[in-house]
Design a protein around this ligand. Sequence first.
Ligand SMILES: Cc1cc2nc3c(=O)[nH]c(=O)nc-3n(C[C@H](O)[C@H](O)[C@H](O)COP(=O)(O)OP(=O)(O)OC[C@H]3O[C@@H](n4cnc5c(N)ncnc54)[C@H](O)[C@@H]3O)c2cc1C
Length: 335
Amino acid sequence: MTTTLTGPVLVLLDHASTGALRTTVLELLTIARSLGPVHGAWVAAAGTPAAAGPDDATLAQLGEHGVEAVHVLDLGSADARLSPVVAEGLTALAAGTGAAALLLTSSFENKEVAARVGVAARAGVVVDASGAEVDDQGRVVAAKTVFAGTWTTRCAIRTALAVVALKANSVQPVPADAATVPAIERLIVAVSEAAGRASVVEHTERVASDRPALGEAQVVVVGGRGTNGDFSAVEELADVLGGAVGATRVATDEGWIGHDAQIGQTGVTIAPKLYIGAGVSGAVHHRGGMQSSGTIVAVNSDPESPIFEIADYGIVGDLFTVLPQTAAELRRLQG
Ligand SMILES: Cc1cc2nc3c(=O)[nH]c(=O)nc-3n(C[C@H](O)[C@H](O)[C@H](O)COP(=O)(O)OP(=O)(O)OC[C@H]3O[C@@H](n4cnc5c(N)ncnc54)[C@H](O)[C@@H]3O)c2cc1C
């Protein structure tokens, strides 16, 4: 028998500087509703359009997903781009609301925030989780894969506050059965001087790309050493599928693509619905970051390549033949 939490389940409402919610937030809200009453935590850098809080359209969207209250954090002059600042804000909010859980999207920044909240609030933390539920003892239990994706574990958090960072694409976002009208609550947080000791001295917006963000994409096409530095076939297939482009460490170390595209133990962890690896051997360090993908397709010229051990579909062939043919056929089917 499962039960639900009585204290609020806080969800960090990641959003673009315009205030538009990230798609992963709707996934978190879907999971949060199964845990207990859902509250949103809104953190925005001072001076951005989103600093005042969510706009009416965003509030309506949050209501459709069952959010009962949105807490807008006022962090004063502290820089909300800094993880220690966000962590102090969320720690204060969790204490003030008596929150039973805090859910975040498992990005690099949010994992640091989760760890800091865990230390400050003496809360149990699970990052890179693929799901969360409440067990019959009222504990939050988070699922996550370990040992390079070879084991799935369930971790029961025994502290009053449970902090869980969930991987993107863990669930299909579903609106609530009944929409809510979220109450707006403002919380002024006196951020410590220590939280602002690091400062952002330069900030460069990433060049806008039509491709989805790697950590959130439902389809990811990955190139490895087999590309020999030519990612054009990988990019073409990703674009036909509306997916993101990823890479192995070999490809990023060679400078064929930026390090932010690296998937694996020392890179990004992804769990898209569809992973296509081209010229990727499936080394254990790479598997750790992609093995919980929904469907794994491998294109490799070596029939003995280890990636075929974990692939749902394997194509033995030259990626420079297979990928363009696949892209052309998909285009034909798309009309
Ligand atoms: C501590 C540590 C951390 C690491 N972290 C990561 C990490 O986060 N992510 C990561 O990816 N790696 C990581 N690595 C490196 C990892 O161990 C592997 O070396 C790396 O993943 C291999 O990349 P690859 O598959 O591109 O290259 P390879 O293993 O060299 O495989 C290339 C594959 O391409 C195939 N191929 C060649 N030409 C073609 C063609 N024309 N068409 C189709 N197939 C072709 C080959 O048959 C081969 O299977 C880490 C290593 C260490 C030691």
